[in-house]
Design a protein around this ligand. Sequence first.
Ligand SMILES: [Zn+2]
Length: 146
Amino acid sequence: MNEKPLLAKYKSREQRRINIIYHEIANQIITEAKRVAASTVVLENLSNMRRKRSSKALNGRLSRWSFRKLQNIIDYKAKLASLNVKYVDAKDTSSLCPICRGKLSPNGYRLMICPTCGLEEDRDVIAVKNLLHKYKRDVGASSVHP
Ligand SMILES: [Zn+2]
């Protein structure tokens, strides 16, 4: 046996494993959305995602392609569960403070710090808070759950 079929076999097994994880993540999101009686699931609009940000923010854990695939699964399951799905432009969501809108600085591998108000939080948590902030502003939603 040469190397190629073995590698292909490994890759498809890995892909199936990743797919299972994506479905589990999507199920958890839908379950949580139902638990808090949400009407809408807010996702990041990846088509406007800049290259620089994707490499920095996702840090190689998820490529833009696999992120989109995960979103497709969430989108599909959300609609099956009668939830709305809205996409929000992610511009500046990982660089501005969700509290005072100050410019954030990196503080270690995962954390960001706001020199203005002192907020220190995981960069993904900050991005989600900013995304919800934008969604709220855009549609005038009364309450949001990270
Ligand atoms: Zn701040």
